[in-house]
Design a protein around this ligand. Structure first.
Ligand code: ADP
Ligand code: MG
Length: 697
């Protein structure tokens, strides 16, 4: 087989020798359908068998080729019968452990024989060990275990061996090496040459079959030019796909609101506080953006408590001043309700009408709300994703505000654009309290303009955080009691532990009961996900009025709840939560001018990483620093909440490891648009399987 052109790459893998329906299915499980997919199924690591390591140098957890003399071999009968072969190379001892072995094998391990073996080094009871090593006797010249080059290791699936992946790949690689150099290249030389990156064909060949000349250290560290070439391509493909999306929305017009908005001015004047410099700057950015007919797609990032709601209201009022309607969507009923209350109280003095819509609204109320909306009697509609169901018709929708965007997928934010007016689409403002490291924003949100509220309102208190084992529970409860005696209010958070909301609700109920038992003098409230939203809001309202001392809650209070007098938060099982989530939760305190504290309780013994993670929470209150760390420790999927949706699943790139390439990505994208726009779609298709699917929304 030869690859004549790009279409040959799209042939199914079943055209290769040795792939029947059964093995094809296994490859499909890995997302490999075509020859092209196979070539891009790159090794995720390499085994280094290029040299023999001395036993003294060995590190547990790594793999190595070792050579030594057999000292003895003994059969151990215990819980599990095993054969232990002890070898030495003069620098130390190593044990080879076999659980399965034949009689012939057992007899072959005779004293004084030289043996070479390869495998993962582990700590054993008496010395370092390798379980079931690959091995050969050194006298057997043909079976040297060392190799001249690094051995690629591929992600595989059950019942698929590395050797069979390599064998199938060999056919594709042979064909590739016969094909012309240019056929796969989609990046112009003006991008690759200055960076000294190889062509795609050479890069792929080298990564699958590193030669003896390949720089081993570079390859192991993912810094080899061939790797950089592919990483750059992948990051570029993601970046371009979002840019394309953005360009598609730019085809439409949006309403240009009047720059000067009396309502906004009046609103800001009547606030009981001064806006921070950052709030003023971001409001100005939005106002400017909304005064043009270019659709706004703006992401406002601001740490918890930075005052994003006020910014949202200012933006909304500009639209309303110019006679347009605004939809504000929140991820949960509780948060939507909080916003509704806030916005209604602000709106009263401004003489505008705010409506409310969620999935749970009573039929009759829903009907009037929808009528009022269609007639234009409502200027602002607050709610959950129910705001964008088909039967919801706006008279003149000019602005969509989405709060706490990280809980929505990219696809959702695009689906919203349908609801425009007379060929216009609405401006979009997206707010998030999960600070997104800049690097990640460039890949995941390249279609959005960024505004950052990087300043907290004056007088905010640093939240002192301590990390304690739950064996100190009694003392912690004592502390809660004292805080309440001093007129402070306290949150006690029982995070989601079970998959089931029911069990979690029960856990929170039990905790509330226990605490009430120990602290009978306190008024204790309870909120959890199983309660009706009126019930929840009722309890939160009582807490706000300080009729409740201690609020026991699941993570439903993560966003939006704003009770400035609450100044102590206890979080149970903190080790199970993501850092950004802990930061969100902790942001419920420290909202007033009272010194605030947070206790992170953990269960049992903390792992080293667990310890490291919780220490970050103790060391900093800076959401950005926390998010960076979270990204490093848990990857982008968790941070963006896209893990389930499968978006931003990178194949070769690693956002943290490859950060240094990001500035290049942006420049390369500009070059692509200028020099070879026709290559953009094929590049996106190559790397993002679903890419164009959501691009077509
Ligand atoms: P978040 O950014 O987390 O959504 P909010 O908008 O809920 O923050 O604001 C948190 C609290 O800070 C609210 O009580 C709000 O009224 C108050 N706030 C907002 N801006 C300022 C400011 N400039 N000065 C003082 N308090 C402010
Ligand atoms: Mg908010």
């Amino acid at each position: 087989m030869t690859l004549h052109d790009n279409t040959a790459l799209l042939n199914p893998i079943s055209t290769l020798r040795g792939i029947g329906p059964k093995s094809a299915e296994k490859f499909h499980k890995l997302g490999i359908f075509t020859i092209n997919d196979l070539l891009f199924h790159l090794p995720y690591r390499y085994e280094d068998r290029t040299s023999i390591k001395s036993i003294r140098q060995l590190l547990p957890g790594t793999s190595a080729v070792v050579e030594g003399e057999i000292l003895d071999s003994q059969l151990k009968v215990g819980r599990r019968r095993s054969l232990l072969v002890r070898i030495s190379d003069g620098s130390g001892f190593l044990t080879l452990r076999f659980f399965h072995f034949s009689k012939g094998q057992q007899d072959s391990f005779t004293k004084d024989k030289f043996i070479q073996c390869y495998g993962e080094i582990r700590r054993g009871p008496n010395s370092l060990e390798i379980t079931h090593p690959e091995y050969s006797f050194t006298s057997d010249e043909k079976k040297q275990l060392t190799q001249d080059y690094l051995t690629p290791v591929y992600h595989s699936t059950e019942g698929m061996h590395q050797t069979s992946i390599r064998k199938i790949l060999d056919q594709a690689l042979d064909a590739l090496s016969l094909s012309s150099n240019e056929m796969m290249d989609l990046l112009p030389n003006s991008i690759t040459n200055p960076l000294h990156l190889p062509g795609l064909k050479d890069a792929i060949l080298q990564l699958h079959r590193p030669t003896a000349q390949t720089n081993t250290q570079q390859l192991l560290g993912f810094k080899h030019p061939s790797q950089q070439r592919l990483i750059l391509e992948e990051l570029l493909a993601h970046h371009l796909s979002l840019k394309e999306l953005r360009n598609k929305t730019l085809v439409y017009g949006a309403p240009a609101f009047d720059q000067k908005s009396e309502l906004t001015e009046k609103f800001i004047k009547q606030l009981p506080f001064e806006l921070t410099g950052a709030q003023q700057r971001v409001i100005a950015e939005i106002t400017q953006n909304q005064s043009t007919s270019i659709p706004m797609l703006r992401l406002v990032q601001g740490d918890v408590g930075s005052g994003k709601t006020v910014v949202a209201m200012a933006a909304a009022l500009q639209a309303i001043s110019s006679g347009w309607q605004v939809a504000l969507m929140a991820p949960t009923e509780t948060l939507a309700e909080q916003h509704f209350q806030n916005f209604t109280s602000w709106a009263e003095q401004l003489n505008i009408n705010v409506g409310w819509l969620t999935g749970k609204l009573k039929r009759s109320l829903r009907k009037t709300t929808l009528e009022d909306l269609a007639q234009g009697r409502l200027q602002l509609l607050v709610g959950t994703h129910a705001l964008f169901q088909d039967e919801v018709k706006y008279k003149k929708l000019g602005l969509i505000i989405i709060d706490e965007q990280h809980r929505f997928g990219v696809h959702q934010r695009l689906a919203l654009k349908e609801k425009g007016y007379e060929g216009n689409i609405a401006h979009q403002l997206i707010m998030t309290a999960t600070p997104i490291p800049r690097t990640l924003a460039m890949t995941a949100y390249a279609d959005l303009d960024l505004s950052i509220i990087d300043e907290l309102p004056k007088g905010r208190q640093h939240i002192d955080t301590v990390v304690l084992p739950d064996s100190r529970r009694e003392q912690i409860i004592q502390r809660v009691s004292e805080a309440c005696k001093n007129g402070r209010q306290v949150y006690w958070v029982c995070p989601l532990i079970e998959e089931s909301e029911l069990l979690d609700a029960q856990a929170a109920e039990n905790t509330a009961e226990n605490l009430q038992h120990i602290l009978p003098e306190l008024t204790i409230g309870l909120v959890h996900g199983r309660m009706k939203s009126e019930q929840k809001s009722g309890v939160i309202a009582e807490f706000k009025k300080a009729n409740i001392n201690l609020l026991v809650a699941t993570t439903v209070i993560e966003v939006g709840v704003d009770v400035p007098n609450a100044s102590l938060m206890i979080i149970e099982n903190a080790e199970r939560l993501g850092l950004s989530q802990l930061h969100q939760l902790r942001g419920r305190v420290g909202r007033g001018s009272i010194k605030s504290n947070c206790v992170l309780m953990y269960n049992g013994k903390l792992s080293k990483i667990g310890h490291e993670r919780l220490s970050i929470m103790r060391e900093t209150n800076d959401g950005f620093a926390i998010a960076e760390k979270d990204l490093e420790l848990r990857g982008p999927g968790e941070l963006l909440g896209t893990k389930q949706t499968g978006l931003l699943q990178l194949r070769v790139a690693d956002i943290t490891r490859d950060q240094y390439l990001f500035p290049i990505v942006e420049k390369a994208a500009t070059k692509m648009f200028k020099e070879c726009p026709e290559n953009i779609t094929p590049l996106i298709q190559r790397w993002l399987k679903q890419g164009l699917q959501y691009g077509n929304v």
